[in-house]
Design a protein around this ligand. Structure first.
Ligand SMILES: Cc1ncc(COP(=O)(O)O)c(C=O)c1O
Length: 345
């Protein structure tokens, strides 16, 4: 039985081009900054993001943690969305390891935070309050239907940040899904943002790795924090080589993933027992609900798994499907048929 694994874009396996590039990669000790492949990837990432420098790290979680640790002195406060990955899914690392006070603001379904809420949340200088040091956004926004966040909105947030002398960060685990959806370039989308991360291991379908981009000074400090967290890797060129291959082909694959997500959403919307908001599907993430409660979620997931379709329940009766390299258009049609078969009652 073919397994159609729609749980996440992190389940991708490396392409044969990637495996070849890994095999042939020029390597060195990256903690000594002597790995040619890592140096090349970091140079390429800096160019693409329009920043001065970049740093390869093991994961998106570490990329965000390092960025927060560099931007936010202990005891200061970071503003971030209440549905952000950093707040929900990163084990509270920013407070556990950085003593950073997280101040969560409501995320709208399009991933934005109301500008008025941001303005109001910035603390005045008063001995009772922590100092606000950072505003962090997520693009695309995982929990908010994979929404891409526009340059215009980012610029509005930047203006508020600059007025109050705050740093800005974007968790861009899926930033290339945003640039494709918005038909723009990374450097245009994130110009003037202090730091931006992106994951090699999601839409770019590499086995491992994330990249942080920022000023030379920021990356200088980030490198030391990476070492302190145990994220200094030695012949990390085997990771970077896959990343360099992915960056060459990323756009085409991501376009396919977005097309497949739309097809999937449209297919699901034709099933009576499924409730889905088609207008929210703009990238590679599809959320839906069951409109009848005839089946418990555990039972539903098990029946689908036994038929070869894997996905997660993200909240109670909110299911998430993600398209990625390894999922074909035929898989989408097959998956929709399997949903139809089990939901026709
Ligand atoms: C938006 C976002 N940020 C950060 C991460 C963390 O990435 P990693 O799993 O590589 O730690 C994820 C992972 O899914 C994510 O979706």
């Amino acid at each position: 039985m073919k397994i159609i694994d729609l749980r996440s874009d992190t389940v991708t396996l490396p392409s044969s081009d990637m495996r070849q590039a890994i095999f042939e990669a020029q390597l060195g000790d990256d903690v000594f900054e002597e790995d040619a492949s890592v140096n090349l990837l970091e140079k390429k990432a800096a160019e693409l993001s329009g920043k001065e420098a970049a740093l390869l790290v093991p994961s998106g979680t570490m990329a965000n943690l390092i960025s927060f640790l560099v931007h936010c002195p202990r005891g200061t406060e970071a503003l971030l969305g209440d549905k952000s990955h950093t707040f929900i899914y990163e084990a509270g690392g920013i407070s556990a390891f950085g003593g950073i006070h997280s101040h969560q603001l409501k995320n709208n379904p399009d991933g934005s935070i109301n500008l008025g809420d941001i303005k109001e949340a910035i603390r005045e200088d008063n001995v009772h309050f922590p100092k606000t040091s950072l505003i962090s956004l997520e693009n695309t926004h995982n929990k908010c239907f994979g929404a891409p966040i526009s340059r215009a909105y980012i610029q509005d947030v930047l203006q508020i940040a600059h007025e109050s002398n705050l740093k800005t960060h974007i968790d861009g685990a899926r930033i290339f899904n945003a640039t494709v959806a918005l038909n723009t370039t990374l450097s245009d989308l994130v110009s003037d943002v202090d730091s931006i991360t992106f994951c090699l291991s999601k839409g770019l379908s590499c086995p491992v790795g994330s990249v942080i981009c920022g000023s030379k000074d920021f990356i200088y400090h980030a490198r030391r924090v990476r070492k302190a967290l145990g994220g200094g890797m030695r012949q990390a060129g085997i990771i970077a080589a896959a990343g360099l291959t992915a960056l060459k082909n990323a756009e085409d694959q991501i376009k396919k993933d977005h097309k497949n997500a739309k097809l999937l959403a449209e297919g699901l919307s034709s099933i009576d027992n499924i409730s889905i908001e088609l207008e929210y599907v703009k990238t590679n993430i599809v959320y839906f609900k069951l409109s009848s409660n005839k089946m418990e979620s555990k039972e539903f997931l098990k029946i689908m798994e036994d038929s070869g379709v894997l996905f997660f329940e993200s909240l109670s009766n909110q299911y998430r499907l993600v398209t990625h390299y390894g999922i074909t258009e035929t898989d989408i049609y097959d998956a929709v048929e399997i949903f139809k078969k089990h939901l026709s009652f």
